[in-house]
Design a protein around this ligand. Sequence first.
Ligand SMILES: Cc1ncc(COP(=O)(O)O)c(C=O)c1O
Length: 391
Amino acid sequence: MLTKLPFDAAIDLESLQKRTSEKWRHYPADVLPVFVAESDFPLAEPIAQRLRAAIDSGDLGYAQPLGLGEAYASFAQQRYGLTVDPADVHALPEVMVGVAEILRAISALGGFGDEVIINTPVYPPFFSTIQEAGWTISDAPLRRDGTRFALDFDAVEARMRDGARVLLLCSPHNPVGRVHTSEELRELAALAQRYSVIVLSDEIHAPLVLPGATFAPFSAVANGYGITSVTITSASKGWNTAGLKCAIAIGSDDASRELLRRLPNAMTERTGHLGVHATIAAFTEGIPYLDIVVAHLDGMRAQLRYIFDRAGLNAIRFTPPDAGYLAWLDCTALGLDHPAATFYKRGKVALNPGTAFGKAYPQWVRFNFATSTAIVEEAARRMSTALTQTG
Ligand SMILES: Cc1ncc(COP(=O)(O)O)c(C=O)c1O
């Protein structure tokens, strides 16, 4: 059964096609994009108002992130029950720039080209960013826990024992949508303590934790273990502001504070000033909007199976995510060589190919459902058409 979701009436394909962002311009106009993690939701009004005010007053100079720390501290307290000292919050242009620069800062303190543990399948820029910073990848793949993916502590420990010095955690996890439990994060923190591993926790999807899951910020868990951890996050997924270039890194122990002090001044200078405005508005006045986003995604997650089945996509397997708007689809039963390429070429619908997230996933695709029911139905229809055509 389909339900009317909060943003359904506000989203229309013709208006979206006038957008000029990556999602709407990467492929030709006749391709329906459900790939990159941008949402199709209308902009939150408090953000729109703040951006309009900045433009109207010509406030378009270099970023001066006054108020950013306080804004995040109030959000973290309200949303996660986490106490953050605003002085521990540092502005960055992007989450991944932050990861690269923190790795460089760790290198500068001694050692270069060490290994960073990741848990595939995982957000593709994890691979490139680690390499860009001069480190190498040490994969501890997620394990299958029934139909769900979860951290594999044996694999993580083996990589740590092999000498990896950093773990880049994706929490919540993209693309599998897992919210790691606090027990799991404690186990991870205990391993990090035993092997002196620094944990960088990418919590960009945390504002989008959906009903049924409880998000634990890694810094809160790490507290009792005396380990070094940095949290990196932004408002860009919850409020769809990725193009405005503003993220934050938060230190929560002496060593991580020292690392963040070593970040180049250019980090703040390269942060987008409009991004700072938008992020402050999101974290302080954007919670009612975020609640609507979460309700919409929760509803979409609940009807995705029905939409796929009704389109004849019964053979696609997926487990609804705990957080976010990405569905990680197992297309093995379709018997295709390249599922994403087939959907694109024959159905004119763009999804992310699984191999971008880990080489063990040629039969998987990632589907972005942060849109209207009508557009998700159209994407499913196109995927289904692709399966009935040949050539
Ligand atoms: C886990 C994860 N980290 C980072 C990013 C990108 O963040 P940024 O554009 O701020 O680097 C994304 C975007 O989808 C993501 O899913």
